[in-house]
Design a protein around this ligand. Structure first.
Ligand code: IVH
Length: 708
């Protein structure tokens, strides 16, 4: 097919070319939507998708009469995962922290030992399977439910599909009454090749890699399709258990094997970081001949009692780490440098690359980080890449490490054109024309346009509807972008989402339900999903505001500190360095001056404040959800540790207190409920005495924490 017209300017197209191209664009965009939303196999980058969509809109604007009934302009993406029931995980499904260098492994071992205050720890080492994780629930020895990881809290019910996988036992004797088995669904290389050959015979699209094939196969609404796909399963972890499987990681895995599960034969015990690294090297050497994809080696503390003491950070266990294999590399041509503007105004350069396969995935975009990186220096002005800068037209080295965005690592100067020009980084925002400033000490240049910048506006809305934030079903990044530019029902700021239904009801023509891609049912569902989120927990709201430096963890601690919206809002309205409200904000563990200033600035800026007020007027803000399963004497209390603790490390004491629902603060104030003072406690103990705060010693703390 002659696609050369696609490089013609829209203004130069004749009608027949425009008609043909609109048809092609409708096809490609529909296929990209399906690949993205339904098949778990994105085949087009967001940027390429947007480029096609913009070209489609431009052609329609020039030839309005040619606009198709199935025009991609009107289309709303399929709701992700619609069709599967939701399964709340009884025990959260976590991810793993990554290690890349050997020194990271030594650091991990050091941290574990310091936390526990012991000098010898035994670990397991096993391959990190590159598939997707699955939770299998057995009750009375029968498989009753299989669920994907989802966001870690809620997954999708894929029970019917999991039953078709030969490695997954339907039932067994001798299992605990309740047993949740976790592991990885994957596809072996040979099965993957055969599947792609069958796809080709049927004229269907090939899968990019075994992981995508496994994900696409497991998430089939029709289980007979899954049954025809050769999926496999390795068991390596567990969720809820009515009784322990063993005293250690390794014996628990052996128990899985005895119960009929496949466990990875390369799982071994290691007694030092040197042992771990040796096992890593050994597994790496076998990687090519294993017959399935692995992307690293996972190390876990073997003793389950120690695992329990180590506990969890917000989304990763302290007792495990994934030592990843080095990133895959490839060389390609840098075609252009584009600039993207993020939700906090950060101006990020993006490399547009001649497409190249890196580790089984076609890469056509990569990050270039910031202007210093392009210029060949680090944030302190020291040379990187021996000071070589990166120019459009250069031959560059691209790499991918895990799921992260591809990066440009190096440039080959011997391939550089003699007439190439150094890249000049923009000093105004390419989207709104506002000056883009770089503050001292910040490696990033930022658009100063704030809410007037359309790019920041759209990115803020995307963040607002994202998973940890409002997470409105049927209103994802693509839909938000569409509504942002909608002439009849614009959504320019979060509050507009909640007035959408009322505004739609007030329009006489062009009601949402009459538009292509919508319809009565989808509009009813969308409005219901929006209404559902009017009840929003405080932590999600604070995170959703998209304030710089305020991630999910910070939003959580801030919300737990203030409890409800009115005291939080009142404090932010008056807080300024050194007054009481400011010091109180800083007393929250995890809140530093930079973060505090950023929150206060957001509430002080009149435009931002107006947007927050408009939003809050639409919501019923719920007190922050107190973490379940906590019924302890110290839940909800604020503790301060001071002096030396002799029976557990400070880190463990803090983690234990938080696990019991208490807040741990760094300094003593009138809001402190309890001070745990070890030997050598100084000014904090004095503050406690002066303020009349209850003070206990370490033994009393251990009893209180239920550890004695
Ligand atoms: S343990 C609490 N072991 O890696 C830790 N995970 O990056 C539970 N994975 O979501 C995970 N092989 O899908 C563990 N041998 C292994 C693994 C493994 C692959 C995946 C798993 C997890 C992800 C974390």
């Amino acid at each position: 097919m002659d696609r050369s017209v696609e490089h013609k300017a829209v203004a130069d197209l004749v009608e027949a070319e425009a008609r043909a191209e609109l048809a092609r664009l409708a096809d490609s965009l529909a296929a990209a939507n399906t690949a993205y939303h339904t098949l778990d196999a994105p085949e087009m980058s967001d940027a390429d998708y947007d480029t096609l969509k913009r070209r489609n809109a431009a052609i329609e604007a020039r030839f309005p009469g040619l606009k198709r009934g199935d025009s991609p302009t009107d289309r709303v993406g399929a709701a992700a995962g619609s069709g599967f029931g939701k399964v709340p995980h009884r025990v959260r499904m976590l991810s793993l922290e990554n290690a890349f260098a050997e020194s990271d492994v030594v650091d991990f071992d050091d941290r574990v030992k310091r936390f526990l205050g012991i000098s010898e720890v035994t670990y397991t080492a096993e391959p990190k399977i590159d598939g997707l994780s699955l939770n299998l629930r057995y009750e009375g020895g029968r498989l009753v439910q299989a669920a994907t990881r989802g966001d870690g809290e809620v997954g999708e019910d894929v029970t019917a599909n999991a039953r078709t996988i030969a490695d997954i036992p339907q039932g067994m004797d001798g299992a605990p009454q309740v047993m949740e088995v976790r592991g990885e669904v994957y596809m072996a290389h040979a099965d993957f090749a055969a599947l792609n050959a069958r796809q080709a015979e049927k004229g269907e699209k090939a899968f990019a890699n075994p992981r995508n094939a496994a994900a696409g196969s497991l998430r089939q609404l029709d289980a007979t399709i899954t049954a025809a796909r050769p999926l496999r399963f390795f068991a390596y972890a567990w969720g809820e258990l009515s009784e322990p499987l063993g005293a250690s990681q390794i014996t628990s895995i052996e128990r899985f094997k005895a119960l009929g599960f496949q466990t990875n034969p390369l799982t071994v015990l290691c007694r030092s970081p040197a042992d771990l690294v040796a096992q890593y090297r050994s597994i790496e050497a076998q990687r090519a001949t294993l017959g399935y994809d692995i992307d690293g080696v996972v190390y876990k503390v073997n003793d389950l009692g120690l695992q329990e003491r180590l506990g969890f950070r917000s989304s990763t266990p302290r007792w495990a780490i994934a030592h990843k294999f080095p990133a895959e590399l490839a060389w390609t041509r840098l075609l252009a440098i584009d600039i993207q503007v993020g939700r906090t105004g950060a101006i990020s350069p993006v490399a547009r690359l001649q497409p190249v396969t890196v580790g089984g995935v076609v890469v056509s975009n990569a990050t270039l980080h910031n202007e210093d990186y392009i210029a060949g220096r680090d944030s302190k002005g020291n040379p990187i890449r021996e000071g070589k800068d990166i120019r459009v037209g250069d031959w560059v080295q691209v790499y991918r490490a895990g799921d992260v965005i591809p990066k440009v690592a190096d440039v080959d100067l011997s391939q550089r054109n003699i007439d190439s020009q150094a890249y000049v980084f923009p000093e105004v925002c390419p989207e709104c024309g506002s000056p883009a400033h770089r503050e001292p000490g910040d490696s990033v240049r930022r658009c100063t346009g704030g809410l007037i910048c359309p790019a920041q506006g759209v990115e803020r809305l995307k963040h607002f509807v994202s998973r940890g934030a409002f997470d409105i079903e049927g209103l994802g990044a693509k839909q938000v972008e569409m509504f942002y530019n909608d002439e009849d029902l614009p959504v320019k700021q979060p509050a507009d989402i909640f007035t959408l239904a009322a505004r739609d009801a007030a329009t006489s023509l062009k009601k949402l339900k009459n538009r292509d891609g919508f319809g009565e049912k989808s509009v009813t569902n969308l409005f219901a999903a929006i209404d559902l989120r009017r009840n929003i927990p405080l932590d999600r709201l604070i995170f959703a505001l998209g304030i710089r430096h305020v991630g999910e963890v910070a939003a959580g601690v801030i919300a737990r500190h203030y409890g409800t919206w009115p005291p939080f809002e009142a404090a932010m309205a008056v807080a300024e360095p050194e007054n009481e409200a400011w010091n109180d904000l800083l007393s929250v563990d995890g809140v530093g001056a930079i973060l505090a200033q950023s929150v206060v600035d957001a509430f002080r800026n009149p435009a931002e404040r107006a947007a927050i007020d408009a939003l809050v007027a639409q919501l019923n803000i719920q007190p922050v959800a107190v973490r379940a399963q906590i019924a302890s004497d110290i839940a909800g209390k604020t503790l301060v540790f001071t002096g030396t603790l002799e029976k557990m490390s400070r880190a463990e004491a803090k983690a234990r207190a938080e696990a019991l629902g208490a807040k741990v603060a760094g300094s003593v104030s009138a809001k402190t409920d309890l001070v745990v003072a070890g030997p050598g406690a100084g000014s904090k103990a004095k503050d406690a005495e002066r303020l009349g705060v209850r003070m206990i010693d370490e033994d009393a703390w251990i009893a209180l924490a239920g550890l004695s």
